[in-house]
Write a protein that binds this ligand. Structure first.
Ligand code: IPM
Ligand code: MN
Length: 363
């Protein structure tokens, strides 16, 4: 893309519950940062999730998946409504399976950072916790989604892993660690493999492939922890972590644990990234009880937009958003209450971030 004519075509999925309002907040931030950094975005909105399922009997129309494949990037809000279920009892609105599989977005990249101005059940200060969980996103236990068997007497889901699947996500984690500054408490570049290889063969397979991949990255320390010990360390010693890589189900659980330990998953963004396509979303759900009330915390969605900008090759714009969020929280312009919601509401929080974008010098 030639300098001066940078233009990105985005697919936006507003989602369910609080999705539409926090996605609009993130788009307001994106539009301003685009102007400030000299590029243009074109947005094509697509309905998908539980509302779409109720309307059409499918949560993701084929044309939406095609549009996501054709777009430069995808920004997605949270989806799903607890009352909207498939016949097997699973939530009908969830898009994890169809989008992650459909876009082959195998690396679920989940940064966890101690942000300023947030009450958190931890003694660690801003700057002392800054790691990224890379959750395998296309196989593992969740590959059994819709395929498990269950009757009144027994139920089974299979944890499935493949060599190429484990190799590519481990490689992704090491590549991610290379340009980072290392773990805050050690300064060392480090990738930690999290598994239960002491109990299950599948995790032994994962660990062995991790070690093979690690051998190709002598500049990065290869570290490993069993998942239960990792859960403790993520709470008690989070500064030791830089990049972590793990199976899908473990990554789902431990990324919420990590987010909770630094003040709540309301500020946790994520990227679902493959070799050809990617989409970005907060890690939290659609919080239907808060929907339409201008109460939800938009910061996870706004930070997901920053990750999208990194993916588009606009790191200066991404850093500008992160600095604006940091400044809004430090100054108290955005104050997160004990319920995880910004005290002045969703749109006021977004306006406070936008105001700081303009102040923040371009890097
Ligand atoms: C997440 C979510 C989804 C997942 C659910 C809603 C299917 O919890 O992105 O972490 O488990 O992947
Ligand atoms: Mn989750």
């Amino acid at each position: 893309m030639s300098e001066g004519a940078r233009r990105y075509q985005l697919v936006v999925i507003p989602g369910d519950g609080i999705g539409p309002e926090i996605v609009e907040a993130a788009l307001a931030v994106l539009e301003v940062v685009a102007t400030l950094e000299g590029f243009a975005i074109e947005v094509e909105r697509h309905e998908a999730g539980a509302g779409q399922y109720l309307r059409s009997g499918t949560n993701l129309l084929p044309e939406t998946l095609d549009a996501c494949r054709a777009a430069d990037g995808v920004l997605k809000g949270p989806v799903g409504l607890p009352g909207v279920r498939l016949p097997d009892g699973a939530e009908a609105g969830l898009l994890g399976g169809v989008l992650r599989g459909g876009l082959d977005a195998y690396a679920n990249v989940r940064p966890v950072k101690r942000w300023p101005g947030m009450a958190a059940p931890t003694r660690f200060q801003p700057g002392e916790v800054d790691y990224v969980i890379v959750r395998e996103n296309t196989e593992g236990l969740y590959a059994s989604r819709g395929r498990g068997v269950a009757n009144r007497w027994a139920a089974s889901d299979v944890l499935f892993m493949t060599r190429p699947g484990v190799e590519r996500v481990c490689r992704y984690a090491f590549e991610l660690a290379m340009p980072r500054g290392g773990a805050p408490s050690a300064g060392a570049r480090r990738v930690t493999c999290v598994d239960k290889s002491n109990v299950l063969r599948s995790f032994g397979f994962f660990r062995a492939i991790f070690e093979e991949v690690a051998a190709g990255y002598p500049e990065v320390e290869a570290d490993a922890l069993y998942a239960d010990a990792a859960a403790q360390a993520l709470v008690m010693d989070p500064g030791r972590f830089d990049v972590l890589v793990m199976e899908n189900f473990l990554g789902d659980i431990l990324s919420d644990l990590g987010g909770g330990a630094v003040g709540g998953i309301g500020v946790c963004p994520s990227g679902n990234i493959g070799d050809a396509h990617a989409y970005f979303e907060p890690i939290h759900g659609s919080a239907p009880t808060l929907a339409g009330a201008d109460r939800a915390n938009p910061l996870g969605q706004i930070l997901a937009a920053a990750m999208l900008l990194d993916h588009l090759g606009e790191p200066a714009a991404a850093r500008r958003i992160e600095r604006a969020v940091w400044s809004a929280l430090t100054s108290g312009a955005v104050e997160i209450g004990a319920d995880g919601c910004p005290l002045g509401g969703t749109s006021a929080a977004a306006r406070a971030v936008v105001a700081r974008l303009v102040d923040g010098a371009s890097s």
